[in-house]
Ligand binder design. Structure first.
Ligand SMILES: Nc1ncnc2c1ncn2[C@@H]1O[C@H](COP(=O)(O)OP(=O)(O)O)[C@@H](O)[C@H]1O
Ligand SMILES: [Mg+2]
Length: 420
């Protein structure tokens, strides 16, 4: 009988290299799979390392375009933002990496998949829920939750010693004293020296964006076009450069954002498993897109649709964060969000300057904005005398409240609301 095949999500780092070897020693035929989601890696070198470590085959998959069109742009429809600040760069990449891994397992007729995410974080959940949703028959090996593996590898030193013993190359360069996850959308920095949330991350931590203190003294004006809420074109009004291909466009937004110090976030967030965690993020291009898209909705989206969608956005973000990208509730939300974007057409001009992104003008063929109606100067389209009735009707309930509670002076308690 042949060996069982396993597809390992392989990043080329120390952990997944040790895992690769460990799986070989457990008797698996290991197929290594490396996703290119836009991280700065030498894929040729990673491929060689996987083969040298014992993989029988290596898949290197360029997922960058799909990441932009089928993940980032979809998140944008719902203005996804976790706990008001995190744009979900890692959360969005994980289901994509896992989806391709499942496809490879199917192609290879492998019954097993493995990943090297730790047992304390969000990523293990994101990988394994995606496997469950897309290929429930697959068996999952997650070494960082495997008692045998944990017994053998109690810390980094064990990993390094094992690697040396097995002839796995260990990078001689000094490791950063914190961990990073990088893709096209963002780079995150966490753990290690960043664990103390009272300590400011020093400038050396940031490696995608230039400090706003060092950015150009001139504003950059970008014109960003949308159709059905999806970005279709970016035009730099300072120099005429424009991009229409989704990947090129997104890379260009990253470039402009990075040059201008856009998209830095330093926060303490709630992980799915209930642990609080400090994260420092750099998300330049997406930050620009999120601001521009939101602004176009201001002019082109129906009020009630917007308010409803906005109520659902925190739930949407939580689902992405928690790993439920492929789930029935996500399908339900996406159907509604897609509908909400039908009239989000037009363009927004944003001014980018020293870390800030500010919409300064917007145009839409489906604009609901009526200058005559909203103008303070023009009388027209609407009889101001009608507002009398509008206010009268809204007053009924408030008057009743006051009359019923008159004896008690219903709002008197607010005088003590602050000092108790
Ligand atoms: N680019 C990638 N291609 C394939 N799998 C990946 C990639 N990035 C991360 N993974 C998988 O996700 C797990 C968790 O990722 P991460 O915490 O970033 O660990 P690592 O230090 O190995 O990059 C990895 O152990 C690996 O299984
Ligand atoms: Mg990584």
């Amino acid at each position: 009988m042949g060996k069982d095949k396993i597809v390992l999500a392989y990043s080329g780092g120390l952990d997944t290299s040790v895992i690769l070897k460990w799986l070989c020693e457990k008797g698996f035929e290991v197929i290594a799979y490396v996703a290119n989601v836009g991280q700065q890696d030498d894929f040729e070198q990673i491929e060689q390392k996987a083969l040298k470590t014992g993989a029988t085959k290596v898949y290197v998959e360029d997922l960058r375009k799909e990441f932009v069109t089928d993940f980032i742009f979809i998140a944008l429809m719902g203005n996804a933002i976790y706990e008001g600040r995190y744009l979900l760069g890692t959360s969005l990449a994980r289901p994509l990496i896992a989806k391709k891994q499942v496809e490879i397992a199917k192609m290879e007729k492998a019954e097993y998949v493995a990943h090297g995410a730790t047992g304390k974080g969000n990523d293990q959940v994101r990988f394994e829920l995606t496997y469950a949703a897309l290929a429930p028959h697959l068996k999952v090996i997650s070494p960082w939750k495997d008692p045998q593996f944990l017994e053998q590898f109690k810390g980094r030193t064990d990993l390094i010693n094992y690697a040396k013993q097995k002839g796995i190359p260990v990078k001689a360069s000094v490791e950063k004293p914190y961990s990073e996850d990088e893709n096209l959308m963002h780079i995150s920095h966490e753990a290690g020296k960043l664990e103390d949330p009272s300590q400011q991350a020093d400038e050396t931590v940031f490696n995608r964006t230039i400090s706003p203190k060092q950015t150009p003294d001139e504003e950059t004006f970008l014109e960003i076009h949308f159709k059905n809420g999806i970005p279709t074109k970016v035009l730099n009004l300072n120099n005429g450069v424009y991009k229409e291909d989704p990947l090129e466009m997104f890379e260009y937004l990253n470039e402009i954002g990075a040059q201008n110090g856009v998209g830095r976030v330093d926060m303490v967030e709630n992980r799915f498993i209930g642990i609080k965690s400090r994260g420092v993020y750099e998300t330049p291009g997406a930050t620009i897109l999120w601001v521009a898209h939101r602004d176009l909705e201001g002019i082109a989206m129906d009020k009630e649709v917007m308010h409803l969608r906005d109520m659902l956005a925190p739930k949407f973000s939580e689902l992405i964060y928690n790993g439920f990208w492929f789930s029935p509730e996500m399908d339900f939300l996406l159907a509604a969000f897609k509908k909400s974007q039908e009239a989000i057409d037009g363009k927004v001009i944003v001014s980018i300057y020293k870390g800030s992104v500010m919409p300064v003008a917007r145009f839409s063929p489906t604009s609901l904005y009526d200058q005559a109606l909203s103008s303070m100067d023009v009388e027209g389209g609407f009889n101001a005398v009608d507002s009398k009735g509008f206010i009268n009707i809204h007053s009924i309930r408030l008057k009743a409240h006051n009359l019923v509670l008159k004896e008690k002076d219903p709002f008197a308690w607010r005088k003590g609301i602050i000092d108790g």
